[in-house]
Design a protein around this ligand. Structure first.
Ligand code: XMP
Length: 512
């Protein structure tokens, strides 16, 4: 294949995906690989160049990840970033010093002498640092290209061997010329042309899926969310009706969701979707369960059981297609860094243990917004692509206390009012996620001449870019008043509506 690829080797930095994405933004195809990758695999992929990411370790830590040293000798350009640079220095026999304190934040870079990496860039520039170890001496054959406020060796190179290292992060926006530097590496050093596009991604994926699946059959779990929908349409484009989509209705979905998904896929993409109504099984399994983590585990288990049972009924399915994105992927590997598990995330269509299906994961290199762009190219409806995220365990984590059919119905109606009013007011796209929550308490109210003792619904709407932190949305008071009045008037069993004004942290977006 004549495709120009840059391989990003991931040493566990929180920025690894961002590097791959910046490369794509410069219109060069990129792929992330775990740092355990060997020289043979790299050679086989025939990349134009390699970028070594940063990572949380010190090269002196026990078990600190290493690069297969043969990779330096493949004759390919290599750019080491932060830990990637220190590792390069360490493995090629420079001197790296372990420092007790990590160093974060902005720094001033001073470029010394000409190099392909800094070609056309100003002599002084702002860069973003985040490192522990420092390089005292570049390896033999290397030359120092720049120094910074705190390091004498903030960039180095052996230009004859096309090996480069930088101590700072070119992928973050705080590094003012980071993009230009990456472009210099990709175009100037690696000789890429910069002509890759999202439409090329579709052609390449279709070819790759056909090559992998051959004459086989594929099953996929459809959740109605963006990732699984885009994945299904892409796989459908590659193999047509040899793809069977299973849509499990857990009874924990939003209003009309099940019908809409089945309809949309059938009508627009002619992809047959097999709906499975498993409401009774989920409700049985959730009886008397109130603990949030128990709910997640039970729902995860029942999903797998139902999926497995249906899948085993399909003759000859050898593959399971999943809408896994790179961030999902990294969570399930050994290289997740120090982030603690706050909630057990469960995504529909997880690979059932012991199932012998081979995986097809065509989105594994992409970011969420890239998946949306891809979906747009594939012709998916805007309303589906711009839909707020919905958690795998569905309404179960929005019904505090026990989950029953009745409480699901009640919450669905309240949520539907909130969401349709948001759309009508043009506010849906202004918030990243919005939903209603059903609380496990009753309060006293008065309706007409009667005292009532009924449920409380909380409304939650947040703004966020990455869902890691979030702020509560400042929705107009008149708008909230309208939603509150409609819910209390139209949803029997609710006599009070409250609005959640907590940010994340310290709260989370969902209530459970
Ligand atoms: P939290 O509540 O942790 O949510 O602030 C962050 C984002 O993740 C979604 N979320 C989940 N998604 N399975 C999922 O697939 C889950 O178990 C789950 N829990 C939370 C949440 O809706 C928000 O977008």
């Amino acid at each position: 294949m004549s495709r120009e690829t840059i391989l990003v080797v991931d040493f566990g930095s929180q920025y690894s995906q961002l590097i791959a994405r910046r490369v794509r933004e410069l219109q060069v195809h990129s792929e992330l690989l775990p740092c355990t990758v060997g020289a043979a695999q790299i050679r086989a992929a025939r990349p134009r160049g390699i970028i070594l990411s940063g990572g949380p370790d010190s090269v002196y830590d026990d078990g600190a990840p290493r690069l297969d040293p043969e990779i330096y000798g493949l004759g390919l350009p290599v750019l080491g970033i932060c830990y990637g640079m220190q590792l390069m220095a360490h493995q090629l026999r420079g001197r790296v010093e372990r420092s007790a304190r990590r160093e974060y934040g902005p720094s001033n870079l001073e470029v010394r002498g000409a190099s392909k990496l800094f070609a056309g860039l100003p002599e002084r520039q702002r860069v973003w640092m985040s490192h522990g170890d420092a390089i005292l001496e570049a390896p033999g054959g290397f030359r120092v290209l720049a120094r910074s406020t705190n390091s004498e060796c903030a960039a180095f190179a052996d230009e004859a061997r096309r090996l480069y290292g930088i101590q700072f992060h070119p992928e973050v926006v705080h590094t003012t010329h980071g993009r230009d530097l990456l472009r210099n590496f990709l175009i100037g050093v690696c000789g890429c042309s910069g002509s890759w596009k999202m439409s090329s991604f579709i052609d390449e994926s279709v070819a790759a899926i056909r090559a992998r699946v051959g004459e086989g059959r594929v099953i996929a779990g459809l959740s109605g969310g963006v990732d699984s929908s885009v994945m299904a349409v892409l796989v459908g484009r590659a193999i047509g009706d040899r793809l069977t989509c299973l849509f499990i209705d857990s009874g924990l979905l939003r209003q009309r969701e099940a019908d809409e998904v089945v309809e949309a896929f059938d009508r627009k993409f002619h992809l047959p979707v097999r709906p499975i109504d498993a409401t009774a099984r989920f409700m049985d399994a959730l009886r008397d369960v109130t603990d949030p983590e128990d709910k997640r585990r039970i729902i995860g288990r029942v999903f797998v059981e139902v999926f497995e049972a249906e899948a085993s009924r399909l003759e000859g399915a050898g593959f399971l297609a999943q809408g896994t994105l790179y961030p999902d992927l990294i969570e399930s590997t050994a290289f997740k860094g120090p982030s603690a598990v706050i909630k057990t995330h469960h995504n529909v269509g997880g690979l059932p243990a012991g199932m012998t299906l081979k995986l097809v994961e065509p989105l594994r290199e992409l970011f969420k917004d890239e998946v949306r762009r891809l979906g747009r190219e594939l012709g998916l409806d805007e309303s589906l692509l711009m839909r707020h995220p919905f958690p795998g365990p569905g309404l179960a984590v929005r019904i505090l206390g026990e989950v029953t059919r009745e409480r699901c119905d009640l919450l669905r109606r309240a949520d539907d009012i909130f969401i349709s009013e948001l759309r009508a007011a043009g506010l849906y796209g202004e918030v990243a996620q919005a939903f209603a929550v059903l609380l496990p308490i009753k309060t006293v109210g008065v309706m007409g001449d009667y005292r009532t003792y009924e449920n409380v619904v909380a409304l939650r709407a947040v703004t966020t870019d990455d869902f890691m932190t979030a702020d509560w949305a400042r929705l107009p008071a008149d708008f909230l008043a309208k939603v509150s009045a409609r819910i209390v008037n139209e949803v029997r069993g609710v006599n009070r509506v409250v609005y959640d004004i907590s940010s994340k942290p310290p709260s989370t977006i969902e209530w459970e």
